[in-house]
Design a protein around this ligand. Structure first.
Ligand SMILES: [Zn+2]
Ligand SMILES: [Zn+2]
Length: 315
């Protein structure tokens, strides 16, 4: 692009060789374009970044603070509580960044929010022979805690660090399931369907995972080598879809972007009007959180109820 510096990155989907600076300019531009295209957040809004501590979190914070008033950026980070999965280092850089840029940091844990760590939830599940996957507890609790902080602290938007690979996998999963409601939920313009939900947006959704990795490395991010010991419980459908998508991308670079944009357009023309006519979601009779149409209780109350945990105050 610049014709000057030595190229360090070969971007297969564009056929370009880029130096570090041009690569950064390119990511920043694609991030900004996506934020503007869907008005993901606007200058006056308070945004809450849900950061796990991984490389994508690092990239999200790095790009958001370039374009947004740092006085309006908050961070929520949740420690799940998994033995042998040391999150101290993951969180150390978040604490440093929050301090040096003057961002509000909300650090919490499953233990603090629900009274039990993920390990304790899993062992209770085992002793009662319930058979819920650790990833299910984790996903449901994380979503609830993030929304709790955003809602009670008055943030306008929640920003998550999902990348292009994550988003295309999710679209394909929901297409395979034929789940129109969930398909449309992953579009940046889908409504929240409840006044208790804070809108979640994903500003990195057009950036490949290999690009977030390369960018994080270039900017000096130190990778953690440990992975979650519960990884073997992860849903297998997503892993299968991921492998097939990588094979397609290898044969035809740019495929992931084209899939995402095609499904986006389909949702914009065919589904957004339908979803905007849906009524407000009902509230859970136990905790008060919004829940799916036709349900009396929410997924979290059902899950925690099965292992004997009171959810009365968890909304
Ligand atoms: Zn250059
Ligand atoms: Zn509930």
């Amino acid at each position: 692009m610049c014709g000057e510096a030595k190229a360090r990155i070969l971007q297969k989907h564009t056929g370009r060789a880029l130096c570090s600076k041009c690569f950064r300019d390119d990511l920043l531009k694609r991030f900004k374009d996506e934020v503007l295209r869907y008005s993901m957040f606007t200058p006056g809004e308070r945004v809450l970044l849900a950061l796990s501590g991984g490389k994508d979190s690092y990239v999200l914070l790095d790009l958001v603070k370039e374009v947004h008033d740092v006085g309006k950026i908050g961070i929520v980070t949740i420690v799940e509580g998994v033995e042998g999965y040391n999150r101290v280092d993951d969180i150390a850089w978040i604490e440093d960044a929050a301090r040096s840029y003057g961002l509000d940091l909300h650090l919490t844990s499953f233990k603090e929010f629900a009274g039990l760590s993920l390990d304790e939830l899993v062992s209770l599940d085992k002793s009662r022979e319930v058979g819920t996957s650790p990833c299910t507890y984790c996903g449901v609790l994380r979503r609830r805690i993030i929304n709790y902080y955003a809602r009670t602290l008055g943030y306008d938007k929640v920003l998550t660090a999902h990348n292009l690979d994550d988003e295309v996998q999710t679209y394909v999963m929901n297409l395979l399931r034929g789940d129109k409601g969930r398909l449309v939920q992953n579009h940046p313009l889908s409504p929240t369907l409840s006044k208790y939900f804070v809108k979640r947006v994903k500003p990195l959704r057009k950036i490949y995972e290999w690009e977030t990795t390369a960018y994080a490395l270039m900017r000096g991010y130190k990778f953690q080598v440990t992975e979650c010991p519960y990884i073997r419980f992860r849903p297998t459908l997503r892993a299968i879809i991921r492998d097939h998508l990588y094979e397609i991308e290898r044969l035809k670079p740019g495929s992931l972007i084209r899939i995402l944009e095609t499904v986006d357009r389909y949702i914009e023309t065919e589904l957004l009007r339908w979803v905007s006519q849906l009524s407000e979601l009902p509230q859970c009779s136990m905790c008060g959180s919004p829940t799916a149409y036709g349900r009396n209780t929410c997924v979290m109350c059902d899950l925690l109820g099965k292992i004997g945990i009171s959810t009365r105050l968890l909304f």
